[in-house]
Design a protein around this ligand. Structure first.
Ligand SMILES: [Zn+2]
Length: 309
């Protein structure tokens, strides 16, 4: 059975699947400068390939069943902010190679799924500013085609907080025929959950996001890159809108400053949050910024996978 079919079987049986933790933030905590307001950890694929590959390997060794390529900020529009647009093809190709080499080195080619990440369109963390659908579509199409050609197993959309670029990303990813996982970032404001990050929501909701994600290729929804405390509440809401598998990967800490590493979060505390998300119906669990291979190891060596029997 191929990797995607066996993953889908696990999800259909409501088994708990563990993803990796933060990659870009881990690049930073291993001593390489990243650029939160610009292309994040994109250039590390070229400047520090061994380090990126080691991070993937450490997650596989910690028990991750899915690893995500270091392509959160590698679309042409994002790379252009750092003058790297000419490197778009090279950086994206290299990122998939590093994930594949890591999987091969760990002899995990028949067990570990590689998810190609694409993220919210520019300006990324500003859901109150709506980009052009056509520009977003063109940008995503280029990136997602490279990721698919290089051999990722599925596409994961990360940190979406507006329906305009979400629709564009799904339309672009649909052209590859790969499964699409939709990751939404949420915040709580006046007792309501909105798409967005703290204080920067654009008024759209989880319901709005699910409503525009009607492609048959969409196979799962996530609440990700959101504060752990908001994640459970958002999952409760999300499961009211979709019968597809849902998952969660939250922050493990906060970003101290531009180019700086992240504050540590206790892996045991993260496990407690993860248990809560499983109780809310999440079957795919991972970690976002500030989580490390140690966090994933605590998850995979706990009894959380047996939570659903
Ligand atoms: Zn994150």
């Amino acid at each position: 059975m191929d990797l995607i079919s066996s993953l889908q079987d696990k999800l259909d049986e409501k088994k708990i699947v563990i993803m990796d933790g933060g990659t870009g933030a881990e690049v930073s905590s291993r001593g390489v400068t990243i650029y939160p307001q610009l292309s994040w950890s994109a250039n590390a694929n070229i400047t520090h390939p061994q380090l990126v590959q080691d991070i993937h390997q450490d997650y596989i060794l910690a028990g991750s069943e899915i690893i995500i390529t270091n392509t959160f900020s590698t679309s042409r529009a994002t790379l252009a902010k750092d003058g790297l647009s000419e490197e778009t093809a090279a950086i994206n190709k290299q990122s998939v190679k590093l994930a594949m080499d890591a999987r091969k080195n760990c002899k995990a080619e028949e067990t570990v799924v590689i998810a190609g990440s694409i993220s919210a369109f520019e300006p990324k963390a500003h859901p109150e500013i709506t980009p052009s659908y056509e520009e977003a579509l063109e940008d995503y199409r280029e990136q997602v085609q490279i990721l698919a050609e290089e051999g990722v197993d599925l596409i994961v959309l990360e940190m979406f907080s507006r329906t305009t670029d979400l629709k564009a990303a799904i339309a672009a990813a649909e052209e590859t025929d790969l499964p699409i996982w939709v990751g939404l970032s949420c915040e709580s404001h006046d007792g309501q959950i909105y798409l967005g990050l703290v204080g920067r929501h654009g008024g759209e909701t989880i319901s709005d996001a699910v409503a525009v994600s009607f492609s048959p290729n969409v196979k799962a929804f996530f609440i990700m890159h959101s504060p752990p405390e908001v994640t459970a509440e958002a999952l409760q809401e999300l499961k009211g809108y979709t019968a597809l598998p849902i998952g969660a990967y939250a922050h493990g800490g906060g970003i101290r400053g531009e180019g700086q590493s992240l504050t540590d979060a206790d892996p045991q505390k993260y496990l407690e949050y993860a248990r809560e998300w499983v109780e809310c119906g999440a079957t795919i669990i991972g970690g976002c910024c500030g989580t490390t291979p140690e966090h994933i190891k605590v998850l995979t060596t706990s009894n959380i996978r047996h939570a659903n029997g």
